[in-house]
Design a protein around this ligand. Structure first.
Ligand SMILES: [Zn+2]
Length: 121
């Protein structure tokens, strides 16, 4: 029995195979993004509470997630948006000490964090 890959190679031309490959990549990216969103939603629900508020996403939680590979820090990562302590500190600084969120500015942000990128776009 011929595999799907060899069948595609015999039946489709190069352009069609490229298109098929791109669709496959887009599908995989969509699945990854869906999985990430589902995980975020589930973590938010699991950690909901009133002890901590994340300034980046506004979520309220009983605690933040532990984070770190060598030294694991307790209460470090937001269950909803994934922000860490330094991100929340940067967020509060920008909110309290700058006009980044209120003025119409053009910002060059090198390697923006996802939660930050969503807010300043
Ligand atoms: Zn958050």
């Amino acid at each position: 029995m011929e595999s799907l890959k060899s069948l595609a190679k015999n039946v489709l031309n190069q352009e069609q195979r490229s298109t098929l490959w791109e669709w496959r990549q887009q599908y995989r990216r969509s699945l990854k993004e869906y999985h990430r969103q589902w995980q975020s939603w589930w973590q938010s629900l699991k950690y909901r509470g009133n002890n901590y508020t994340c300034p980046c996403c506004g979520g309220n939680f009983r605690e933040f997630l532990p984070y770190g590979s060598v030294i694991v820090r307790k209460n470090a990562q937001c269950p909803r948006c994934g922000s860490l302590e330094r991100h929340r500190l940067l967020w509060l600084f920008c909110q309290e000490k700058t006009n980044l969120f209120t003025a119409s500015l053009q910002v060059l942000h090198i390697a923006p964090e996802k939660w930050f990128q969503n807010r300043i776009n």
